[in-house]
Each structure stands twice: as C-alpha cells, then as structure tokens.
Design a protein around this ligand. Sequence first.
Ligand SMILES: Cc1cc2nc3c(=O)[nH]c(=O)nc-3n(C[C@H](O)[C@H](O)[C@H](O)COP(=O)(O)O)c2cc1C
Length: 340
Amino acid sequence: MRNPLFSTRLTRLLGISHPILCGGLMHLADARYVAAVVNAGGMGFITALSFPDQMKFREELRLCRELTSGKPFGVCLSVSRRKEANDRLPRFVDTLLDAGVRIIETSGHSPDIIAPRLKAAGCTVIHKAPSVRFALSAEKLGVDAVTLVGIDGGGHPGMDIASSFAMAPLASERLKIPFAIAGGIGTGRQILAALAAGADGVLLGSRMLAAAEIWAHPEYKQQLLRLDERDTRLVLASFQNNHRVLANDTAKMVADMEAERIAEIERYLPLMSGALTRNAYESGDLREGLIDLGPAVAYVREQQTVEQIFDDLLDDAKAASDRVQGLTATSGNPRARRLA
Ligand SMILES: Cc1cc2nc3c(=O)[nH]c(=O)nc-3n(C[C@H](O)[C@H](O)[C@H](O)COP(=O)(O)O)c2cc1C
C-alpha cells in the first residue's frame, strides 16, 4: 500500500490512507473486491442486496474480515422507494452488526428507516445522495458523511441531473459533514480537482470494474477495455428513476419504449431483470440486460489489480499536484512566469 498523499476529513473519519471510496456494486462488490480496496488503503462496501440470504451474506463478511486481516470494511445498503422492497433490510442490519461491521454506505431513498439504528449501534454512515438538497437532508438525519453522485455516475444517479464537479463547491459551502464526490471519476487528476473543489474524497464505480478482483467473466472485462465515454446512456427517466447503463440492445429497447411513451411498468420489468444483468456478468455476453456503467469506463485501459489502479490514481494525482504548483504565479517561480 502506498504512503498517504492526502489527509482529509474523510480519511480521518474512516481511518484510511487515501481519500478513495469504491461504492457498492450490485452482484460484483464481494469480499474479494472489497478486501482488495481496503488493503490498497481505500474503503469498499460489500453490497448486501447481492446476497440471496443471510447465511451467504454472513459468510461473505467473514471472508472479508479474513482477507483484510481484521481491518474495517464497509457494507452498502440500498433503500428502495418501494416500502415492501425494504423488508429484507433489518435482517441485513442484524447480520452485519453481529459480524462487527461498523461502516455503512446507504443509497437510494432516504436512509431514515435504518440510519437511527445504525447510529445507535455506533456505525459510521455515509449516505450516497444525487444532489446537495438530499445530502443536506441526510446531514439533518445525523449521517457522518455523504457522497454526492453526479449524473455521470454508473447505476442510479438520481433525477436532479447535476454533475459532481458542479455540486462540489456548493456542497463545500452548504454541508458541515465531510463529503466525497462521484460520477465520471477515474483519474488522479480528478481526485486532485475534487479536493481543490472542496470535497474530502472521491468515490469510484465504473473505473474499478475490470479489476482482477472483480469476479465477472474475462470477456466482460475485455469489452470494458474497448469502450469509451460515449458508450453509456440514461434510461428510465420516464419512471423518475434515471439508470445509467451500457448502451446495449436492452438499453435501446427500453429507450425506444420510453420514446413511444409506453407507461406500463410491467412491459419493462422483463428487460430490467437483475437475472439478465447477472447473466451478462457470468457469461461475458453484454447484449442483454441493463448493465450499470458510466463514462468513467473510458479510463479503463488495461487489466490491473485494485492495488495497481490505486497506484496509477495516486501517481496521477501527484503529477497533477506538481503541475498545478508549477503553474502558481508567484514572483519566485520562474516556470510560472515562463508559462504566463
Ligand atoms: C456495475 C455497477 C453496479 C452498481 N451497483 C450499486 C448498488 O448496488 N448500490 C449502490 O448504492 N450503488 C451502485 N452503483 C453505483 C456506484 O456505487 C457508484 O455510485 C457509481 O458507480 C459512481 O459513478 P461512476 O460509475 O461514474 O464511478 C453501481 C455502479 C456500477 C457501475
């Protein structure tokens, strides 16, 4: 693990070396991946809803504890706006508390139904919010930090349609708690820019998907290497549920149905099935299924381990920091004078 380059409110809150969080990834963020993130000096989150039952979830937490040699790691809990979909959450909370997990990423709808219990149990809660107004509501609820996910974010970036870099300075003026930004981030230059804009760190999703520790089929990762920033699209805005996904056959069918103003959700459900998405990860055939992805996939250029990705990010952040320092127009800086 690299020596720390930056110390921020977020690195201190979570006791991590680098201000880099790797967000929950449905089906993909398991013990092996999350442990690799933690061992590289960031914070990762095992995605609870990926697990069909508590036994499998408990086993994953145990494995992560072993792979991190007892270092703290996180769990991601998504709250649905459909009440019945949240019925499973209390059992996940029981299991993770029993297993000693105390760092939680909440996402989706307001965390009000679980945050008080998590806080009472001594957890550090980081809520992922799609805009500053929702981040402020989460702050009022008592969460410890927030991640602001801009519209570039793979997965569900919300309906407020603001970019992470537009939100960062506003969040730094309005929020009291530490915050990370996410969405379209996958280089060290952006980490430095995020810190300069007032954020305490970044959160990555798409940049990490070809990591060696992600279990998906090698052909899935090979295809990621060939994609660029134009290969994702937003669908399901007509259901107030923006979903940023790979621009594949299924995404086109969904977009076409929305353009035809088809409003019955039942017509879409077969295309939205999680089983299709999981099958794509298992088979490497990415034509079918809504496959969460953002334009930061353009920064995925080779197959690397999580640690190698972190090394590249930190080298790039350091180079960016040196470059900016070199541009500072002080009288004692001949390089800055030359560039002026
Ligand atoms: C494949 C994939 C699966 C995701 N699954 C979840 C999830 O289950 N829960 C969640 O809160 N966020 C999920 N996200 C969102 C990420 O945690 C993160 O917020 C997002 O990827 C950041 O934007 P980026 O993709 O531009 O880096 C997912 C993102 C991707 C790419």
